[in-house]
Design a protein around this ligand. Structure first.
Ligand code: NAP
Ligand code: COA
Length: 260
């Protein structure tokens, strides 16, 4: 084992959208504990303040910007400010998303557009605005996708379309920006206990059981499972990995429609 096998984020600046709750918060705390300076983006100032306080109390460094990922001009201003204040950015993580559980006939065109704008266009806004702020070569972009990208799920037409778009975007940007020394990957979480995303999909105890049984491992994941996958993919240990989707989903993407 060489020294580079251990994961160390000291001296690295990480920007994360959606880092103020759930999976994004878990990633932010984990990377801060590994030494990174965290820049957290979200809409709600109070949640951002709590996140900065939590990471600071844990001995880390965090800063926050209240911004909506749908507002491309403001995202651009945030990244330009990060470049000026922190001397550039090493890792950018797009974890912000919006979802609701609704059969397609109850997803209005505006409801569909809203989820596409937060998830897919919001990811593009963040990555595109980051390019001029990245410390290249060696920078990393990472999107949080979902099993919905790979298999159709009922009441998830908007999220399935958005996340499938994210998977292809990751592969396209990896091919275009690899020559600049930028790796682009995604992590696809399965159902993660205690999160808003899972709560939105578990409209009843029966659905919650169905979702759990749809994993091969028959249990929900933990935010730390995702945080560790992200820490690996954004580290030099994954230096030859780009354009990849890492499934951290307990096998959910393969699905189980019949219980044995
Ligand atoms: P969550 O707790 O609801 O967190 C969403 C985060 O995104 C919050 O920080 C939220 O803060 C921010 N956000 C939402 N809309 C935004 C916008 N328009 N602009 C900027 N920030 C915005 O969600 P989660 O369940 O942890 O999910 C996190 C990610 O994992 C998402 O990409 C989701 O699709 C993915 N995922 C989750 C699961 C799961 O089981 N939970 C499974 C697969 C994939 P504000 O509301 O203050 O803006
Ligand atoms: N069922 C059907 N349509 C819904 C809905 C639901 N449960 N919730 C919202 N919509 C529709 C609205 O009716 C509206 O469409 P309309 O104008 O045709 O009526 C459209 O979606 C936008 O709703 P709005 O509340 O204005 O959007 P927003 O930008 O304020 O919020 C959401 C975005 C709806 C995704 C909101 O749930 C959110 O902010 N979520 C972030 C947290 C989250 O979803 N976490 C899980 C991540 S996987």
């Amino acid at each position: 084992m060489s020294k580079t096998d251990s994961i160390d984020y000291r001296g690295k600046t990480v920007v994360i959208s959606g880092g103020s709750s759930g999976i994004g918060l878990g990633i932010a705390r984990h990377l801060a504990a590994l030494g990174a300076r965290l820049i957290v983006l979200g809409r709600t100032q109070a949640k951002l303040d709590d996140t900065v306080a939590t990471i600071t109390a844990e001995g880390g460094e965090a800063h926050a910007y209240a911004v909506d990922v749908r507002e491309s001009a403001k995202i651009g201003e945030v990244l330009a400010d990060c470049k000026q204040r922190f001397g550039g950015v090493d890792v950018v993580i797009a974890a912000a998303a919006g979802n609701f559980f609704a059969p397609a006939e109850r997803i209005s065109p505006n409801g569909f557009k809203t989820v596409i704008e937060i998830d897919l266009i919001g990811t593009y806004n963040l990555f595109w605005s980051s390019l001029s702020a990245l410390n290249k070569p060696g920078a990393v972009l990472l999107a949080i996708t979902a099993p919905q990208a790979q298999r159709p799920m009922p009441a998830q037409a908007h999220a399935c379309a958005a996340k499938a778009g994210i998977d292809m975007l990751v592969k396209c940007l990896a091919m275009e920006w690899g020559a600049l020394g930028v790796r682009v990957n995604a992590v696809s979480p399965g159902p993660i206990a205690g999160t808003e995303g899972l709560a939105k999909l578990s409209a009843s105890p029966e659905i919650e059981k169905f979702v759990r049984d749809a994993t091969a491992l028959k249990h929900f994941g933990h935010v730390d499972d995702i945080a560790r996958s992200v820490a690996f993919l954004c580290s030099p240990n994954a230096g030859y990995i780009t354009g990849s989707i890492l499934d951290c989903d307990g096998g959910m993407r393969h699905g189980n429609f019949i219980s044995l």
